[in-house]
Design a protein. Sequence first.
Lengths: 483, 320
Amino acid sequence: MDTFDNANPFQYAPAPESRDIARLKPSYGIYLNGEFRNGRGEAVKTINPATEEPLAEVAEADAADVDDAVSAARAAYQGTWSRTTPAERSKYLFRIARAIQERGRELAVLETLDNGKPISESRDVDIPTAAAHFFYYAGWADKLGYAGFGPEPRAIGVAGQIIPWNFPLLMAAWKIAPALATGNTVVLKPAETTPLTAITLAEIIAECDLPAGVVNILPGGPSVGQALVDHPGVDKIAFTGSTAVGKQIQKSVAVSGKRLSLELGGKAANIVFDDAPIDQAVEGIVNGIFFNQGHVCCAGSRLLVQESVHEEVIAALQERLQTLRMGDPLDKNTDIGAINSAAQLARVRALADSGDAEGAIRWSPECHLPDKGFWFPPTIFTGVSQANRIAREEIFGPVLSVLTFRTPAEAVEKANNTPYGLSAGIWTEKGSRILWMANRLRAGVIWANTFNRFDPTSPFGGYQESGFGREGGRHGLEAYLAQ
Amino acid sequence: MTITSVASGTSGLSDVTSDDASLRRFLHGLPGVDQVGAEGRAAALATRSIKTTAKAWAIDAAIGMVDLTTLEGSDTPGKVRSLCAKAVRPDPSDPSTPSVAAVCVYPDLVATAVQALQGSKVQIASVATAFPSGRASLQTKLADVRDAVLAGASEIDMVIDRGAFLAGRYLRVFDEITAVKQACGAAHLKVILETGELVTLDSVRRASWLALLAGGDFIKTSTGKISPAATPPVALIMLQAVRDFAARTGEVRGVKLAGGIRTTKEAVRYLVMVNEVAGPRWLSPHSFRFGASTLLNDLLQQRHKLTTGAYDGADYVSID
């Protein structure tokens, strides 16, 4: 990649953000009923995936903590939060939003250390969008009667929320903001490999004087998640993560009376027509699959390109990939950071190897992977068939599978030929074709001439095995209102 | 974008300018530009953080790419001589400071510049073709060019007929550029598109290709007399045009950004764009220029800051 091109006189000097800004502590615990204390579960080390160095020890929760947290959330719901006026709820949310902005730099560095994503992404996307979600739902809190869910919509009660490791703080914001705006209380479990920003969010929430028990944050592994899902005191489960776990959760809550919303995997088609703005489409392809190392449920992991421009698009894409900079996630010029964990790296490798085995052609820009940490180069597979595993299974890594089509109808057919249905992209200068395609694609989010754009005002969610329920926008309120 | 399917033959580009219809077909067959996407890409490139050694290199490179310009009705031989002295030795207190690429003046002052720049490597650029509006007959424009070349200009900055371009008379614009190119002789030709008047990025892409097809050695954003002048999205599209033209023909043509670039920060951002969009081959005064006057002083102040660790005020650099 560019960094190793010695012929270029313009070598960007290292521009690392200081890790001191993260104010890392040696140990972290849980946030339960307004208090910070050690969980009664295992103490695990969370590591920096870019270097494999331990960052801090986290005293995780166990089932007893889940029990206490649900009781605290129930008591807070009945005792204070359901009696707090909507306008007061709104004020708390605004306060949290501003506090996230104020500590934005700290949160960005902490997120990058814990997750491995480039600082430019945590700084410019994750943290500002997390704050934006709180701002957005703060505005709804006292206007719920006008949201289209009846004149006096009511909260559900205690929401159990389980979030993934790909956007740790942002997913916490997606979950907590609408739940609080609608008057619910929350028990949230961050992902085991990325608990630090969620615990820091708990600090922010505590500093904002939110009444004890309204938000409880319990770092932990799958057993903590299972305890939360199974807990009879929980009225609603919201989960973002893999389809396999989502299915398990759906089984667990069956006939329990719990409300459920799931935001699961995807295998999105990014469809490029021959009349597309090619340069911008190339950017969209890059952003679609290499943003956040491809750790994005709505990633454009299948590129469907019209046969007549296939060569042109692939050549331009390869040229563009050579300018991507991979390396220290804290460096402000890094475009591609580290894979979040050894387990995820193994999964990405295994699926990429299956691409080789099934006859697809692998291409990566020349690049030097750091010796330590979990790294996978940006990779393109061409000559992929619809039947290949890399065209069907979610890789959740920086791996793009390229397929071709001849007609719009064929593009729709191939795009829809997946058990998922989270997102899709359409690239064409022809407006009528965008609408024609959008009407036929089975995907919750469809981007036209852009990809991976997120905004709190816009609903997000999937079809089929990508889940159900919507997050964001007015629609996002519904998942937290009694019916 | 790599255009491989537009025409046949090695480059196949001679066919596309054979008549008005072919030229229109070619220009309108270029991939469209999505404005939002182009602006997003330009903004993303501006977030690169260029520090220490990279910054030092970029500042010196930028100084060496400046076309130090004065284009005022009030220009005098004295003003031009002083500009030329500065062009050769931008910072008399530090001889390691590189000279700029060229000075850029009106045709009647070329002779003065030639005299003042004797013995230096600084080029002499002159605007011509009824700059800045271009509203004159072809004969007048060509006479303007010949005048400047005869007086010793080694580079000619012409303006295109934006009226003809916007009216869709592409071949007329093409023919005018080729005629000017011929009149230039050995002098390099920079073709000013005046992108502020073309407005859309699709038009910028078409005008860029038109100028490259007609033999322009450089495509240049603006006269500096119209706002907006050089902007990051426009620069992006023009850099893509020279990149794609080189991929198609093997010829490296240049880009000159002019108007509104006043700070080192902006200049460094544009160098990042050149590096990542066109490629490192373009990081040279032979293929990239800044048309500027005030920019140079900011570059010199930043250079000082980098070598001494302290800012010294505007009084420590010369006014032009």
